[in-house]
Design a protein around this ligand. Structure first.
Ligand SMILES: [Zn+2]
Ligand SMILES: [Zn+2]
Length: 260
């Protein structure tokens, strides 16, 4: 059994198609998927999916690509995180690729998410693009290691992965790992210990080979797992078992007193 640790099936792309999406998951032994929130305005839709489908979990957060004015306060995140199907804070992080100018607001938004995660004892889903140095620095400054989480859709170097793992973070690989030209990411996916590995689709983006260019869906996380198994020279079962166990270790219920 497999779990898609990161998707956006609340997006317009899936309107009226949720039953088919869940069917596809079932046919591919993808037992669960985490629907990741990118904006507080979308949160009710994300929560409704998780609330009505046993296979789905959800998060609360504001993506670094969302405009400056969308930044939430700590209480706006922790308040929404109380629901039992809300298992993480994010996605959050830094994106210097898609945003330009003075991005202090993005760094401040990231800090707010880390504070919220520590306060409500839920792990972080971190997005980083062209910003790994600042991402790791802020994680350290805000003691993100006390709560942990995942570096999602990982496209950085092994050194960055190691720095994140030292803070207790998991490393999640998307369909990019199946792309022919993604040599460096394939190497990182080989080197990350099984106990730290997660898999995701980031649907609707980044459909894996052999579906490249199409609207991605959680069922196709199987192709990500297959490619990682091939790279590591192990069975699909090994990757499936480890990543599923890791998912529930990270996002399963935990004692909130742990971090206080
Ligand atoms: Zn992301
Ligand atoms: Zn995402």
């Amino acid at each position: 059994m497999l779990v898609d640790s990161h998707c956006h099936i609340d997006f317009e792309d899936y309107r009226d198609r949720i039953p088919q999406i869940l069917d596809g998951m079932a046919r591919n032994q993808v037992t669960h998927a985490l629907c990741v929130c990118v904006n507080l305005a979308d949160f009710p839709g994300v929560l409704a999916l998780a609330d009505t489908h046993a296979q789905l979990y959800a998060s609360v957060g504001v993506h670094p690509d969302q405009f400056e004015g969308a930044s939430p306060a700590v209480a706006e995140l922790t308040g929404r995180a109380q629901h039992p199907k809300i298992v993480a804070i994010g996605e959050t992080g830094l994106d210097y690729y898609r945003q330009e100018g003075d991005l202090e607001w993005q760094r401040e938004r990231f800090r707010v998410h880390i504070r919220a995660a520590r306060e409500c004892a839920k792990p972080l889903i971190i997005h980083t693009r062209d910003a790994s140095e600042d991402t790791l620095r802020i994680m350290r400054e805000e003691c993100a290691g006390e709560i942990g989480g995942v570096m999602h859709c990982f496209t950085e170097t092994l050194e960055v992965a190691q720095a994140a793992m030292e803070m207790g973070f998991y490393i999640s690989f998307s369909g990019i790992v199946t792309f022919k030209n993604a040599r460096e990411i394939k190497e990182v996916a080989k080197a990350v210990p099984l106990e730290r590995l997660l898999i995701e689709t980031d649907s609707p983006y980044l459909a894996p080979v052999p579906h490249r260019g199409k609207t991605n869906e959680p069922a196709w996380v199987r192709h990500v797992a297959e490619e990682i198994a091939r790279l590591r020279g192990c069975s699909l079962e090994t990757v499936a078992q480890a990543t599923t166990k890791n998912f529930f270790r990270l996002f399963g219920p935990r004692d909130s007193l742990e971090t206080s």
